[in-house]
Design a protein around this ligand. Structure first.
Ligand code: ADP
Ligand code: MG
Length: 384
């Protein structure tokens, strides 16, 4: 066990690292962040900030020097860097699990091994494979196997004729072509697994994406059909167990129009769709990350309030296509009851950039939704 008073290190200085640092510090830990950016959201609030590339030997040695145990907040941290750190310090999640989550082809193979169905797909690693792809995968989505996020590295492919140009546009990278599925809704489950195999989870979260980016997460008892929610939780646990995972893992699912459940992808870290848990549950996903990393006991989190999260993207700084950034009217949304404003301290707003989020809690799911719609309108977020 790494007890409070020790230092927890994190690879990556984005908003997830920042919220991890906040949770760790609240519990009496010191923190160290490795990120090349001098104004990274987590680096700015951490006791130590090692400014280096993720694979820089000196930087990794410095992070080890500060830290008693190390985690990651950024799924594209090279698995090799985690493996290097693990030679000197306890590291979770393990490099091997992160490596699987970094590759859509391997990730899907893992889901299948765990008995959880994913979208029909084909792996593309060379030109000769394009012709061999079955007709049943069209219309589809071509996704780069690695380094995609927030809908980046994806192209929709209406028919076979579009495939060569689509693959060309992704620079002939290794890809997965997935059949386009008729989605009724999207949801996700955050699970945490300790080194002793104990697993706990947050309730099922219903997610709305716009343009491939998470826009809204809603969490309350009826947010997805109950039987499907239970299946998602069981599937998430099977996937974590199959990896012998230690840490926080988020699994994204599709609920299809025919009532079936399909797994989409996983993130080996806390997830945007779990941010509501900071105010809506008695243990947040970031405290779960601290507990799993430090080897502290895991207890099942209890949601104590219906919750809804609105992502605050950089677009809100440019109303009606304004040329110059303008700060959204925070004071106006803070007059509404049950609003919790999170801003990540990023200096420059850009369209599509995650600048912060707003969580709403309240006595009933209906009242939370009503207040959230009001907040959305005040901020210029499209109704949902
Ligand atoms: P990212 O890594 O960018 O989050 P995802 O694979 O999760 O990539 O895709 C982003 C979004 O695109 C999904 O949340 C979903 O809305 C949509 N999408 C992805 N794959 C499919 C699919 N096979 N069928 C229908 N919609 C999809
Ligand atoms: Mg996704």
């Amino acid at each position: 066990m790494v007890l409070p008073g020790a230092t927890l290190g994190v690879m990556g200085g984005g908003q997830l690292g920042r919220m991890f640092v906040h949770a760790a510090q609240r519990m009496g830990y010191f923190t160290a962040v490795l990120d090349p950016d001098e104004s990274s959201p987590a680096g700015r609030v951490s006791h130590w900030h090692v400014r280096s590339d993720y694979l820089d030997e000196l930087g990794l040695a410095k992070l080890c020097g500060h830290s008693d145990a190390i985690t990651t907040e950024f799924e594209n941290v090279p698995a090799a860097a985690l493996a290097r750190l693990a030679e000197h310090r306890p590291v979770s999640p393990a490099a091997a699990a992160v490596a699987i989550a970094q590759d859509r082809a391997e990730e899907k193979a893992h889901f299948t091994r765990c008995g959880v169905p994913c979208a029909p797909h084909a792996v593309i690693t060379g030109e000769d494979q394009l012709a061999a792809i079955g007709d049943e995968l069209f219309p589809g989505i071509l996704k780069t196997a690695r380094l995609g996020y927030d809908g980046k590295g994806q192209v929709r492919v209406t028919s076979r004729a579009d495939l060569p140009a689509a693959w060309e546009s992704l620079k002939r990278a290794d890809c997965v072509l997935e059949k386009m599925l008729p989605l009724a809704f999207e949801c996700s489950v955050v699970v945490a697994r300790g080194a002793d195999g104990v697993m706990v989870h947050l309730p099922v979260q219903r997610n709305l994406h716009r343009g491939g980016i998470l826009a809204v997460t809603e969490v309350h008892e009826q947010c997805v059909p109950a039987a499907l929610g239970l299946r998602a939780i069981e599937a998430a646990k099977a996937i974590a167990e199959g990896l012998q995972y230690v840490g926080v893992l988020c699994i994204e699912f599709f609920g299809l129009e025919d009532g079936s459940l399909v797994v989409n992808e996983m993130a080996p870290r806390p997830h945007n769709s779990g941010h509501w848990s900071i105010e809506g549950a008695d243990v947040s996903q970031f405290e779960l990350q601290v507990r799993t990393l430090a080897g502290l006991p895991l207890v099942q989190p209890r949601q104590h309030s219906p919750a809804l999260m609105l992502n605050l993207l950089g677009d809100l700084w440019f109303p009606a296509g304004a040329a110059n950034a303008r700060t959204p009217d925070w004071a106006s949304v803070l007059t509404l009851p049950g609003t919790h404003l999170h801003l990540y301290g990023k200096t420059e707003a850009r369209p599509g950039r995650k600048m912060g989020h707003l969580t709403l809690t309240g006595p009933t799911a209906a009242s939370v939704r009503e207040t959230a719609l009001d907040a959305a309108q005040r901020l210029g977020i499209e109704a949902f």
